[in-house]
Design a protein. Structure first.
Length: 55
């Protein structure tokens, strides 16, 4: 069974972004970015699944 590296990297990046936001190292709000661009995450996950199943 293949594991998805893309989803793993996405979760790591989100975790790091939330950590930096909580520690106030970032000037932007991670929650506002996610509220605005959450459909892009779904599209990316769908495209990744299509590519993975294609091979």
């Amino acid at each position: 069974m293949k594991k998805s590296i893309g989803i793993s990297l996405l979760l790591i990046a989100l975790g790091i972004a939330f950590l930096l936001d909580n520690l106030e190292y970032m000037q932007i709000s991670v929650s506002e970015i996610i509220k605005t661009y959450w459909p892009v995450i779904l599209i990316w996950m769908g495209i990744e699944k299509l590519i993975r199943d294609w091979k």
